[in-house]
Design a protein around this ligand. Structure first.
Ligand code: RFL
Ligand code: PHB
Length: 400
């Protein structure tokens, strides 16, 4: 058990995890199963974290890690296996058969559900989670004895937790990456000149598999969470405002961009969530400084087109757990392997997401030549088994 300081907060633990999104929660769960204790600090309330609608598509490797972490029961019962997806352009559509081409499938299961399953497991584990923390500061991670200080919700006092390691799982806007000393981290970035407007509605999905649509009015995606919960996205310009997108305008625009047969079959209803997300590719390297490790969106962001963000958070955490468990088990080089191993996989997903984004979206300065190149890229995918296999291998997830 953690050492306590009489304030209600632990004084010392083995690993302090910053961030209670999927990366931080999964790391806590894997460490717990290896007998390593971690305290988790989260800036928001549990309800807020569980209310965020985000990812929906899990690679087969992600499903394996979640099962190994002991949180696969509901996922296996309620997740929907998908053996393929559709791509459409110029009102033509074709299917990529993941299972036939790559021998793997993906599973549709919401990030919200994974997060709920992991919070449930964390409660059972008895490990400490502190919500609503403010002003988290990471200190002395270049030494053998790092510590973290923070202000609990509503109190002026600061608390300190000493630890062996700090895991920065606090997303793109978190404090962990920013704590690296100046000049010790290199950043690579592309900001795309458009965003995604997403709608969740309690309607049956328009198709049994996802449809990714390239259209001259912009990209569209038909996805789902379960047989009565649909998730749809359309590309919108930078600077678009949610209030300018009432449901009727969203549905009309979506119908225009997807194949006619899908538009005719589309069942619409009131949106129960609507949001706009910017698109960005970003990588920070290395993912380690001394005894501070970054995992998930804290270290990298991909545009959602390839459905890779959550999956990368899971593969990072898999490698980070390996490194920490190896270290505590006496392997003196285990920690050094983390950043290079994680980054190899990250860059592959960055490339794939960038390729999917470039192939499917309309750029503001797109010329007729660029448009033909996109259409020919898709036509080539349609006729080439090798091209389809490459897409299937990447989409279902490269091996760990
Ligand atoms: P998260 O989920 O951002 O969690 C980080 C947590 O850290 C907390 N935090 C702090 N806590 C303490 N102190 C601080 N100073 C803190 N600063 C922040 C935050 O409150 C938060 O709880 O990062 P994590 O865990 O790395 O997980 C990453 C994923 O959430 C993300 O990559 C995916 O959602 C991306 N994504 C998708 N990924 C997929 O694999 N498949 C998909 O189909 C998919 N679709 C999507 C997506 C992301 C989207 N948006 C909105 C960006 C679709 C969308 C629309
Ligand atoms: C989703 O269902 O939210 C989703 C699916 C596929 C993507 C991105 C998001 O590529």
């Amino acid at each position: 058990m953690a050492a306590w300081n009489g304030t209600g907060f632990p004084k010392r633990t083995q690993v302090v995890i910053i961030g209670g999104g999927p990366a931080g929660l999964l790391l806590g769960q894997l460490l717990h199963r290896s007998g390593i204790e971690a305290v988790l600090l989260e800036r928001r309330s549990r309800d807020y974290v569980l209310g965020r609608i985000r990812a929906g598509v899990l690679e087969s490797g992600t499903v394996d890690v979640l099962r190994r972490a002991g949180v696969g029961t509901r996922l296996d019962a309620e997740g929907i296996p998908h053996d393929g997806c559709y791509l459409s352009f110029a009102n033509r559509g074709f299917r990529i058969d993941f299972f036939a081409l790559a021998g793997r499938r993906v599973t549709v299961y919401g990030q919200t559900e994974i997060t709920a399953d992991l919070y449930g497991a964390r409660e059972l584990s008895g490990d400490t989670t502190i919500h609503n923390v403010e002003n988290v500061v990471l200190e002395d991670f270049d030494s053998e004895s790092p510590h973290v200080t923070f202000a609990p919700d509503g109190s002026g006092t600061r608390h300190r937790i000493d630890c062996d390691f700090i895991a920065g799982c606090d997303g793109f806007h978190g404090v962990s990456r920013k704590s690296f000393p100046r000049g010790t981290i290199r950043e690579f970035e592309r900001v795309y000149p458009f965003g995604w407007l997403g709608v969740l509605s309690e309607t049956p999905p328009v198709n049994e598999e996802l449809i990714y649509a390239n259209h001259e009015r912009g990209f569209a995606l038909c996805s789902m969470r379960n047989p009565n919960l649909s998730r749809y996205y359309i590309q919108v310009g930078q600077g678009e405002r949610l209030e300018d997108w009432p449901d009727t305008r969203f549905w009309d625009e979506l119908r225009r961009r997807i194949p006619v047969s899908a538009a005719e079959a589309l069942i619409t209803g009131p949106s129960i969530e609507k949001s706009i997300a910017p698109l960005r590719s970003f990588v920070a390297e290395p993912m380690r400084r001394g005894r501070l490790f970054l995992a998930g969106d804290a270290a990298h962001i991909v545009p959602p087109t390839g459905a890779k963000g959550l999956n990368l958070a899971v593969s990072d955490v898999h490698y980070l757990h390996d490194a920490l468990a190896g270290h505590y088990g006496g392997d003196s080089s285990a920690l050094d392997r983390y950043s290079p191993r994680a980054l190899d996989r990250v860059w592959m997903a960055v490339r794939f997401s960038w390729w999917m984004t470039n192939t499917l979206h309309r750029y503001p300065d797109q010329t007729v030549f660029d448009q033909r190149m996109q259409e020919t890229e898709l036509a080539h995918l349609d006729i080439s088994e090798a091209a389809k296999r490459s897409m299937a291998e990447n989409y279902t997830g490269l091996p760990y």
